[in-house]
Design a protein around this ligand. Structure first.
Ligand SMILES: Cc1ncc(COP(=O)(O)O)c(C=O)c1O
Length: 423
């Protein structure tokens, strides 16, 4: 039974089978030397020690081997991305042949649209959500323009007054417009509200009309359990710097369903790293795509970034993978909901769904206290050692991450928030 006391939070921490994982991370310090209350894993995850070690290992390999590092050492660079495939595939529920770490998120979304947005004059519309992350919105609009169309070919799925996306509205949109729509791009977890979308159901509905569907999993990868292969998702892209703790701007992930990987005729932008490995260095000019997601690679990848990702994936493996992490995450976020509701329900509204299956770790807090400037509150929290993030117009995103946040972190955050609101 929930209790709003520090003793209760301490007891939850003592019972937490993953409490040892926090020591694997560097927690930024406040001016007084105490660790920050860091809840911004939804934006930039903290540094795993293994990431640091692996990056140093690669700097040492470069120092020792020079160009021979492509072939020598424990982790040669030529196949380095392959060292990430198994764990990455496990995290998103893909087959190993369906997953590759390459480029950045928006770049991969474009590459996927090159392959999967194949419009004609009659069937050319793209459906996205109205509140899509701006980069996704820009990418989609620029793809329309690239094909000679414009924003009138964009269909927007609107959230309702509760800020959430309702699947009945998606069904209604498709019923009316399916003859015009050729591609759907949606988030796995909506970045502003933290709402988890039902990827399996959305995919089924899209496919029942013969429409291709892809997902931006920036806020889903490393946060919730995914089964992209079984759900028949056509493609998905995600970044590695949020819940995957691989450092700012680190290399992104891409999933392409097996049924598409094995289709060499599929349109794509090509580069030598996507070419058949046996003949890559023959330097001939006939492109033969690798018949896996690797066939979409363009360039030889930044090894220092991949090294950080390898360290992060090893850290997930140390925790036993996503299943136990998600179990803790559900408890930790529910504890936060209970405490916030108990202490502050008059001053804050949680716009994230209350059903744990419809959210990941993030809660989006809307300040409702009359006369209070939400941004000033956010700044006051920062002064008191709490790191959250702010999203216009008036939402603070708070993401207790099961790998390194504790129940006591959440307890202290709510007490600081309460004090800031009182003052
Ligand atoms: C949902 C979502 N999509 C796309 C992006 C853009 O990512 P990138 O700059 O890695 O392309 C972000 C960045 O935070 C995001 O949150």
């Amino acid at each position: 039974m929930f209790e709003p006391t520090l003793t209760f939070a301490q007891a939850l921490d003592n019972q937490d089978p993953l409490k040892h994982m926090r020591a694997q991370f560097s927690i930024p310090k406040q001016a007084n030397g105490e660790p920050e209350y860091y809840f911004t894993g939804n934006s930039l995850g903290l540094q795993p020690q293994r990431a640091r070690e692996n990056v140093i290992q690669m700097l040492d390999a470069w120092q020792s081997y020079g160009v021979k590092g492509h072939f020598e050492g424990d982790y040669p660079w030529l196949p380095y991305h392959e060292f990430l495939t198994k764990h990455s595939a496990e995290l998103v529920g893909g087959l190993e042949e369906e997953v590759v770490m390459m480029n950045s998120l928006t770049a991969n979304l474009h590459l996927m649209m090159v392959s999967f947005y194949q419009p004609n004059q009659h069937k050319r519309k793209i459906l996205i959500e109205d509140h899509a992350f701006p980069s996704d919105h820009y990418a989609v609009c620029s793809q329309l323009k690239h094909h000679g169309f414009n924003e009138s070919d964009l269909i927007l799925w609107q959230p309702r007054e509760d800020e959430l996306l309702h699947i009945e509205d998606f069904e209604a949109l498709l019923e009316t417009n399916h003859q015009d729509i050729t591609l759907i791009l949606l988030p796995g977890v909506q970045y502003y509200t933290g709402q988890v979308l039902d990827i399996e159901k959305l995919t089924k509905i899209a496919h029942s009309y013969g429409i291709t569907i892809g997902f931006d999993l920036a806020h889903a990868a490393g946060n919730i359990e995914l089964s992209l292969h079984d759900w028949q998702v056509d493609f998905a892209c995600w970044c590695s710097y949020k819940y995957l703790n691989s450092g700012a701007g680190s290399v992104a992930g891409c999933f392409i369903h097996q049924k598409h990987c094995q289709n060499p005729a599929i349109n794509r932008f090509a580069g030598w790293w996507g070419h058949d490995k046996q003949s890559r260095f023959k330097m001939e000019n006939k492109f033969i795509p690798i018949p896996t997601a690797e066939g979409w690679q363009l360039s030889n990848p930044p090894i220092l970034s991949l090294a950080a990702i390898r360290g992060s994936l090893e850290t997930f493996a140390m925790a036993g993978g996503l299943r136990p992490l998600r179990e803790k995450s559900i408890k930790l976020t529910q504890y936060a909901v209970d405490l916030l509701t108990h202490e502050l329900s008059n001053d804050m509204k949680i716009i994230t769904p209350m059903d744990p299956q419809q959210r990941g770790c993030q809660l989006s807090l809307m300040v409702t206290k009359t006369g209070l400037d939400g941004k000033a509150l956010f700044n006051a929290l920062e002064k008191n050692g709490v790191t959250l993030d702010w999203r216009e117009p008036n939402v603070m995103r708070f993401a207790p991450v099961p790998l390194y946040n504790s129940f006591c972190d959440v307890y202290h955050f709510v007490q600081i928030l309460k004090r800031c609101l009182e003052n």
